[in-house]
Write a protein that binds this ligand. Structure first.
Ligand SMILES: C[S@@+](CC[C@H](N)C(=O)[O-])C[C@H]1O[C@@H](n2cnc3c(N)ncnc32)[C@H](O)[C@@H]1O
Length: 223
């Protein structure tokens, strides 16, 4: 009997992951698939998918996060997920033998090129990427950010047909500078290090009262 399409386990907490994205993945026959999660971080996507998949491999270059993912898998009794330290923009993906490649907020041309080389016709490459409007108030896009046109061009070049492309956007509105600063306080250290904090403060001081989060949700199939 063919394995059924993946279903969300009852009571599962999606750990901040886009429900629409998880739905797109679960429409595939996950029980038959070895899924590669590139830039897995602490493994939240890999661990959300593992119960429905044949297997999951999460790769990240941050050894501390890989260690965290391994500990979470052990604590949850997940036995079909493994976590590997590696650079997903340098290494090829064939050794992981993936049937599907996924990524959550870790997408670059190099990653799409590697997914395009490893996947066979009909197999899925799906990801959530920063949209180029993400935190536009800081005046600098993430190096992982794409617009709709750019991501379509990238996927065409790397051998994929886009099946789903949507923008998930949330714009916080503030009445005062202080509210705007408070909304970004958790990012303050990171943004100070890369220069975005001072541009955001300037934006607020000049009357700006928003902070934009925008993600692209994409599912593409190897042509
Ligand atoms: C924004 S975080 C997202 C983490 C995870 N996917 C999640 O949603 O929780 C981006 C991750 O990509 C990883 N990363 C960035 N560039 C990478 C590379 N070239 N090779 C491996 N990991 C990379 C970072 O270490 C970080 O854990």
């Amino acid at each position: 009997m063919a394995p059924s399409r993946g279903k969300a386990p009852p009571g599962e907490v999606a750990d901040g992951l886009s429900p629409a994205f998880l739905e797109l993945l679960r429409a595939e026959r996950l029980a038959e698939l070895m899924v590669l999660d590139v830039g897995t971080g602490g493994g939240r996507l890999a661990l959300a998918l593992a119960p429905q998949c044949r297997g999951v491999v999460g790769v990240d270059r941050d050894a501390r996060l890989i260690d965290e993912a391994r500990k979470k898998a052990a604590a949850a009794g997940v036995t079909n997920a493994r976590f590997v330290v590696g650079d997903v923009e340098v290494e090829e993906y064939a050794p992981f033998k993936p049937d599907m490649v996924v990524a959550y907020l870790c997408i670059s041309d190099a990653i799409a090129e590697r997914a395009g080389r490893v996947l066979k016709p009909g197999q899925v490459f799906a990801f959530v990427a920063f949209h180029s409007d993400q935190w536009k108030e800081t005046g600098r896009a993430s190096r992982f950010a794409y617009g709709e046109v750019g991501v379509k061009r990238l996927l065409k070049r790397t051998g994929f047909t886009v099946e789903h492309l949507a923008v998930e956007r949330a714009v916080q509105q503030f009445e005062t500078v202080e509210q705007g600063l408070a909304a970004a306080v958790a990012l303050q250290e990171k943004w100070k290090a890369d220069g975005r904090w001072f541009r955001y403060v300037k934006f607020l001081e000049e009357g700006g009262r928003t902070l934009t989060q925008a993600h692209l949700v994409v599912k593409a199939r190897k042509t």
